[in-house]
Design a protein around this ligand. Structure first.
Ligand code: GUN
Length: 292
């Protein structure tokens, strides 16, 4: 049976470290980092995420600013809101919750955020810095995955890593981070031939496809570390619903050496890394350093 990687416990420690850094910035520099989260529309999953982000921001001692705009908001109105947040000295991090309504061009919105305040790490400037090996702000979910891996392995160099999923939010930035850590990378996706065989080559297997329980134990190399980024809601036997990952935990945990559960694995790391990025952004903007 695989070791269970406790992302929830790791995230709790990371949030405590962020709270200490925030207390230090307040005490020694009179600086309270502020995070602005912009939600357009009424997507129920996004509303839950945004609420959790605000709650944990406040718990870490930071200022949380929430902007809820109607579903009918147009691109110009959202750009105007971002311009105001870019200019606001009390705002150090800006996050626009995705997905956005279809009348809005997400790329244009992401790239209108001041890259120094881009705590999602999605701005082209931050993507370029990461892929050229000089990272500034790094996307939160991939950063959380790397922290869990580096907690387990002192050195990832030479390991074979397979990332299933090629999104800009997870797959591509995580591949850049694993490459920087000297792994040999394969990015696989829905059109990859012999996907099971490709996955079986992985010392580190990351599932970020958004398909419930797609990756089974037969796809896992014995002893591999499996990182499950998926969060899918499925119907359960008792007529209710439950959360599962992109990995079939029951079969994969019999083969893997270590595995992240869902819930309680990568999920809690994402918001903890967002808080960390907000402190980092505040320090960069105000030209300060703090232990993180
Ligand atoms: N929607 C799903 N994941 C994310 C994320 O990491 N950042 C933002 N802004 N929106 C998301």
């Amino acid at each position: 049976m695989a070791e269970i990687i406790d992302g929830k416990a790791y995230a709790t420690r990371l949030r405590a470290k962020v709270a200490e850094a925030v207390a230090d910035l307040k005490r020694n520099h009179g600086l309270t980092p502020g995070l602005a989260v912009v939600l357009v529309g009424e997507n129920p999953a996004s509303q839950v995420y945004v609420r959790n982000k605000a709650k944990q921001t406040i718990e870490a001692g930071m200022e949380s600013l929430a902007y809820r705009l109607p579903d009918t908001t147009n691109q110009g109105e959202l750009l105007e809101q971002l311009e105001a947040l870019n200019a606001d000295a009390n705002v150090h991090g800006i996050l626009v919750q995705l997905p956005l309504p279809k009348q809005i061009d997400s790329h244009a919105i992401i790239n209108a955020i001041d890259p120094r305040k881009d705590v999602d790490g999605f701005h082209l400037s931050n993507v370029g810095l990461l892929s050229t090996g000089n990272p500034n702000l790094v996307p939160c979910t991939p950063l959380g995955c790397m922290m869990l891996l580096q907690d387990r392995y002192d050195d990832l160099s030479g390991m074979s890593a397979v990332v299933v999923g090629r999104s800009n939010i997870v797959g591509k930035p995580l591949a850049s981070l694993l490459l920087a850590a000297h792994c040999t990378i394969t990015i696989a996706h829905s059109r990859t031939k012999n996907l099971a065989a490709v996955c079986r080559r992985a010392d580190i297997l990351v599932a970020a496809v958004g398909r419930a329980q797609m990756i089974t134990g037969e796809w896992v190399k014995p002893g591999a570390t499996v990182i499950d980024v998926g969060i899918n809601r499925i119907d359960s036997d008792d007529g209710k619903s439950r959360l599962v990952g992109d990995v079939d935990f029951e079969s994969a945990s019999k083969v893997a050496g270590a595995i992240t559960p869902v819930p309680g694995g990568v999920g809690p790391m994402t918001i903890a890394c967002l808080l960390r990025n907000t402190v980092q952004a505040a320090c960069t903007i105000d030209n300060l350093t703090v232990a993180l």
